[in-house]
Design a protein around this ligand. Structure first.
Ligand SMILES: *Cc1c(COP(=O)(O)O)cnc(C)c1O
Length: 359
């Protein structure tokens, strides 16, 4: 079943704008030419601006899902001589731990709960680390970490600071310079509101210096950096998604820049949270991003039943959790082409589902 007429509040893929959809409907062009190199350069410039990357930063475009961005960063920047402190507050943090395991990178599985790590200085194990790795927004639970505090800690201890910003880019602030971030990992299908298939790695000069020779053909950053100089990638890129990315970056600019997009997402998130106050649902964490709201039923209802009820009764897609959290939480994304009016569809559906009147 293709849910094309559903209301979409899932944290990736997210609601895309008509303008971006139209780009996707066109014939994919040939790309080994100057015209496409210009698209790559424009995407690189736009992303660098968006995350305020320092002078001399480069972007690697990989045709793959976001996890490839995560894994390739560990492969290309860390070795068995490193020691990584990996923040693990949910499924995506756990994935970084698995990646370090697979690639034999020494690491500490830094399990965190009930903190956004503003207190990382006090909480971090007292070991000598070379790198700090975090998913800025731990999407499995909707928890946002304090990048400024983490960056200050990384700077003080001279750690390479690697940030997966996949699910908070465009909706929540990320500033490589002010937070001392060396690597930002982005992906097309979350905050950027494009189809899945493209992951982007922004490397600050400090990270570029660490790029090493790797045992991989496809995930060899040196090869991407070499080709990037002429606006190309070693292998066929997700050409159409690159064109959509160029259009999306222009759209963000036209709409007042990334700060304005962040403000819009914040407005939508706060509106949603205020409007559902009358329902037997509570926020799962005090450290919510603008990107998403994670909710727990307070009346004993199963979260999964609510997810299914919204889908079957109202064509509204929110996101269930699996495993032990199946009945405890569900997630509502505010990423993508959201408006208050679109969000009203979900709010009204929730009130109707509960048989309650919206105030
Ligand atoms: C979605 C997401 C990813 C990437 O997942 P893929 O399915 O590989 O695209 C990585 N990190 C975070 C925090 C995410 O939300």
């Amino acid at each position: 079943m293709i849910y094309e007429d559903y209301y979409i509040f899932t944290p990736g893929p997210v609601k895309m704008s008509d303008e971006i959809l139209e780009v996707g409907a066109k014939q994919t062009p040939y790309f080994r030419n100057c015209e496409f190199s210009d698209v790559t350069y424009a995407c690189e410039k736009g992303l660098i601006e968006m995350v305020n990357a320092p002078e001399g930063s480069k972007v690697i475009f990989l045709t793959a899902s976001g996890t490839a961005g995560m894994e390739s960063v560990v492969m290309n920047l860390l070795t068995k001589d490193d020691n990584a402190l990996v923040v693990h507050g949910g499924g995506f943090g756990g994935r970084f731990v698995d990646i370090c395991d697979v690639h034999a990178v020494p690491h500490t599985d830094f399990k965190v709960k009930d903190t956004n790590l503003h207190d990382i200085e006090a909480l971090a194990p007292k070991e000598n680390y070379t790198s700090l790795i975090v998913n800025a927004h731990e999407t499995s639970v909707g928890h946002l970490y304090d990048l400024d505090a983490m960056g200050a800690y990384a700077k003080k201890n001279d750690l390479l600071f690697i940030v997966d910003a996949i699910s908070m880019l465009v909706t929540d602030p990320v500033d490589m310079q002010s937070s001392n971030i060396d690597v930002v990992i982005a992906s097309s299908q979350k905050g950027l509101a494009l189809p899945p298939g493209l992951t982007m790695v922004v490397l600050a000069p400090r990270a570029l210096e660490k790029v090493q020779d790797v045992q991989s053909l496809y995930f060899n950053f040196k090869d991407y950096l070499r080709n990037g100089e002429r606006g190309q990638t070693p292998y066929t890129p997700a050409v159409t998604i690159m064109l959509q990315l160029e259009a999306r970056l222009n759209q963000i600019k036209r709409r007042g820049g990334v700060q304005q997009s962040i403000k819009r997402a914040k407005d939508i998130a706060e509106y949603f949270r205020a409007e559902i106050k009358g329902l037997p649902l509570k926020e799962y964490t005090p450290f919510m991003p603008n990107a998403m709201t994670t909710l727990t039923p307070t009346d004993g209802k199963s979260a999964m039943d609510i997810v299914n009820g919204l889908e079957d009764g109202y064509k509204v897609m929110v996101c269930p959790n699996g495993g032990a959290e199946r009945d405890i939480i569900f997630r509502v994304s505010h990423m993508g082409d959201m408006t208050r009016a679109y969000t009203d569809v979900l709010i009204d559906a929730l009130y109707d589902y509960y048989g309650m009147k919206r105030a």
